[in-house]
Design a protein around this ligand. Sequence first.
Ligand SMILES: [Cu+2]
Length: 124
Amino acid sequence: MYKWIMPVLIVVACLFGVYLLAQGLPERPKEEKLAEGTELLKITATSFSFDQTEYHVKAGTPYVLSFSNKLGNHGAEIDELGINLTKDNPRQEYTFDKPGTYELHCSIMCGQGHGQMIAKVIVE
Ligand SMILES: [Cu+2]
């Protein structure tokens, strides 16, 4: 019963593959353009660290903060500045106006290494 179904599915899959090859694969999404004078600050989190221990930014320059998780579910929070980026809120426009060193830490209780997920944001 239904012995014919597997060969049919295989043929359909092959045809679909040929179709995709013929069409060319869809283009990768391009990096979005930022407004002129705006800089991008990318923060990537894994379990249990951020991709950099220090992020250097310039005071008075508008930034787009962009946060992503590479592994696990984390957040990036700077209490003093009222910034809290998470997977549901991964983007924020922000202009750092006071030079100084701010602590960036994970805002989601993510496990054993949570307490060590700390980096610095240095505003120059
Ligand atoms: Cu955490």
